[in-house]
Ligand binder design. Sequence first.
Ligand code: SF4
Length: 231
Amino acid sequence: MSNNWKELPPTDREFASHLINWFNDNGRDYPWRNSRNPYHTLCVEQMLQRTRADQVAPVYVDFCSRYSSPQNLISTGRKTVDELFNKLGLKWRSKHFWALQKELVQRFGGAVPKEEELLLSLPGVGPYVSTAVRIFAFGDIATVVDSNVLRVFGRFYGIEFPDHARRSRHVLEWATAHAPNGSNLNQQFNWALIDLGALVCKPQKPECDNCSLLDNCWFANNLDADEVSQT
Ligand code: SF4
């Protein structure tokens, strides 16, 4: 990789449109992608942290059918939250999730705040979850950046990002400069980034021949075909 992550290059103008075109034919369909409910969005983003989406899907559907608000969930008792995270194999996270429910009620009357600063003040909510809620529930224009998304950007531009770069304000703003206008388009762009990172631009053996970013991708164009297929 050739570029320094602290001196980020100008954004490629066609990056978003190539991704969205790919997403329209290849994107995954998860139940939370059909909802803009802020409470359910915040909860599912918590469930998705370090958990496979396929594993979360049935738990999310069940959760939404039972709980429409933190008051609703709290009234059933802490044990409910423990059982929920047991199903996901994430028992240790139920403590944060319970604290989150209580803060939503105590500080915001059960509503999910829209402002980034307030979202970040909630238990267990970091830059990724806060950005995801703003995009997927409130229609803000921004870009989520996790390790997979950072890998796509890094390979495309030839930048060696350290993992902590995904929390850098500078990187988040640069990633957001790629986002298209319009909340629906921007949602598709973000899902495309997430899905392309998981399905095509994989950590090992990226499938560059199936990638809509191939023509302008630094990584694909600076390794020969054999190297790309074996990476
Ligand atoms: Fe990743 Fe290859 Fe696509 Fe570049 S062309 S973004 S390396 S899958």
